[in-house]
Design a protein. Sequence first.
Length: 412
Amino acid sequence: MHGHAAAIAFFLTPAGRALLDETAALPADPLIRLERLRRHHPPPLAAAAVQMWELRQRAQRKFQNAATMLFTPEGLEQSTGDRIAAYRAARFPDSMPVLDACCGIGGDSRALASRGPVVAVEIDLAAALCAQANLLEAPFSCAVLCADLTTLDLRAWSSRGIRAAFFDPSRRQSTPHGARRRVVRDVEHYTPPLSFLHALRAHFPALSVKVSPAVPDSVLQAFPDARVEFLSDQGECKEAVLWFGPLAGALPPVPTATVLRPNAPPQQLAAEPVPVSCGPPGAYLYEPDPAVIRAGAHRVLAAQLHGRLLAPEIAYFTTDCWTPTPFGTAYRILDCLPYTPKEAQAWLRRHGARLTAVKKRGVPHPPEAVQRRLRNAGDTGVILVLCPYRDRTFALFCQPAEASTNPAAPTR
Ligand SMILES: C[S@@+](CC[C@H](N)C(=O)[O-])C[C@H]1O[C@@H](n2cnc3c(N)ncnc32)[C@H](O)[C@@H]1O
């Protein structure tokens, strides 16, 4: 067994669990941990235990039970966190058995197994062992198979009543053993390639497939019978999901943005075609959630909030009143003027202001370079937004709308 997998296999035993408990109880400094553990344990196991402790710390932003789960570094990086996994799993009917095709360390399998039986397949032995450990407490039956999915007889499962699958191929390119693997953009360089979904579809009519949200629209449009959903978690667009067969039914035929946040129900906005006019900056500027922009649903949001776009192809829009929304962030516009570094600097000086952030859309100025160039001139924090308006680059000096006292009464 390869070193990494051997260590994970050891952590599945009572002695391995005791070593991990001992590691967690030691002082935080990794060198001290390692030095103390090496007094009583073989150096490779001591090093693996310290690494697992570090992975568990890092995993806390994704998994509530990170402190008791097992990870490989790459498995953690590629895993789906609790919130998104739970949301997606809930779209599969309760108690329906699901094949988790490419389960990694089991981020998705865990959520799927909280609603029904799961068979999970993973090619990497260390990751498969982690998945096995991470599924020990699952309320439904789980089997983890370490195998190459592409060589398996998929028909055998479907004939045994498994008619649903979740496919999350690796976005890393295979490289010689041990080399750090590069993230790939071409979906046919995923492992397995995205086109393997055709083989899955033949046997699992209820199919969900996760891909990068950065895939070109043409890739998604190649599946006209699929529903497309973009998922964001805490303001970051994490993935695009293709839903097939009975799982597609709940979504409209246009792309949908689903916005997830802690302690709040998921919110959905479909990119229905709606007319939205362009017009001058009003009292508020809205920056739609990245999943809303990726789905092309920012026009719907603008229409719902009685907004107008500043430029036809730019996702920022402006309104005269503030309406809080889960689908974007609102800023109160303090001032707007054609952008030159000199004018922007003069504005900061006049208002005793400092830049807390620079944002831009549709103009070339890199925000970091703009922020470096403009000097702070006081304590009032402002956000500078650069965007095209009437064929020029405009500077909008803004503050978060939440900071203003009355939503209905802009101060400008
Ligand atoms: C994106 S990760 C899956 C992450 C998983 N959904 C989670 O939440 O933890 C993709 C996984 O596919 C595995 N994989 C790649 N090719 C495979 C194959 N031919 N058969 C089975 N698994 C494969 C990789 O080892 C990797 O762990």
